[in-house]
Ligand binder design. Sequence first.
Ligand SMILES: NC(=O)c1ccc[n+]([C@@H]2O[C@H](COP(=O)([O-])OP(=O)(O)OC[C@H]3O[C@@H](n4cnc5c(N)ncnc54)[C@H](OP(=O)(O)O)[C@@H]3O)[C@@H](O)[C@H]2O)c1
Length: 383
Amino acid sequence: MKLKRRVSILGSTGTIGTNALRIVDQFPSQFEVIALTAGKNGDLIREQIRKYWPKFVSVQEEDLAESLLKEFPGIEVASGDTGLSLAASHDEAQVVVMGIVGFAALAPTISAIRAGKDIALANKESLVVAGSLVKEELSRSKSRCIPVDSEHNALYQLLAGRDRKEIATVVLTASGGPLLRRPELPLEEVTPEIAIAHPNWKMGPKISVDSATLMNKGLELIEACYLFDLPSSKIEVWVHPQSIVHGAIWLEDNSCLAQLSTPDMRSSIGFAMAYPQRLAGPIPKLTFKEMAKLEFYEPDEVRFPALKLARQALESGPSHLICLNAANEIAVDSFLKGRLNFPGIVRVVRQALDLHTSTRVTTLEDVFHLDESARAATQSLLN
Ligand SMILES: NC(=O)c1ccc[n+]([C@@H]2O[C@H](COP(=O)([O-])OP(=O)(O)OC[C@H]3O[C@@H](n4cnc5c(N)ncnc54)[C@H](OP(=O)(O)O)[C@@H]3O)[C@@H](O)[C@H]2O)c1
């Protein structure tokens, strides 16, 4: 009998985390939950503890951790950054699903790599802010990093075992988000409700807003450069509203290979959790009827300038990427709280980048320090 893969799921109360748990539910003989971490959602983490009985749980705040400890005496409970790092490096875990949103995922990602765990990496912000450093850590570890972002997961599958000299370009597809079919809607009138109503994917609020501004594709472009050692000039972005073709590669002989599936995150999450095995039917099979109409458009970089901004930050160097990410996280949060209008998000990010002075980034401490100062600078712009 095959042994179960033992998983730690960081961000188990989020969209990626709950989908990872759906994979566990579908394949109970293949996975065992070792650790779960939540931010603030006490009700859902309680429900998850009762269902999966993990050995270790971590939450953001100490108060919630203390309550959980009393309610579930047999389970080890921790909180804050320490708790995340302990969950990511838990002795019994083999694979870590990194489903935390934002910069907060960087430290536990590093802990998982240093502990030699395989990582099913959904979080993209950690690669945007520290791509080279994360790759250096990976090169010194037995840890494998399998991307969960559907586009990168597609490219990971398409590029496996292929000589890079054969690759002409790679293609990241973008759904276009909720505003694609609404050219008449002035961007000033886009509310958080409109921005997070994604047509194809049910995702957390931050990535949904990033999809609406196209910043998500900018972050993904940067993520792809680091993951696959590619210059941004070799990465094409095409808007594809059906979200069926997740990624494609053009070879030197002008052949194109693509990865297609029903738009369901369990496909790439299951791939990464089970790697190198493949799960039998984690999602419904796509039919050729559903593939009858596939549309592709060039992104509208005038209405949505975030993609260009991300390319420019990438060319300007790593400290600009830290600034881009921090300013975007702060601006999106302000938009979601009703303190900034929709076009204000990219405007604030641009202003933060304009004010940023290029700085050398050689250590993780540099990354944490620059992130903090970029957040403070963006906050004063907003004030
Ligand atoms: N959703 C998708 O389909 C998708 C696709 C590709 C890539 N991704 C990437 O995956 C990541 C997660 O996205 P998501 O949509 O799943 O986000 P989400 O639904 O907002 O979930 C985020 C998770 O992180 C936890 N969290 C937030 N801040 C935290 C902190 N400071 N410390 C500890 N935990 C914290 C949340 O806990 P609480 O809810 O308990 O507060 C929640 O469990 C993002 O980087 C996103 O870009 C997502």
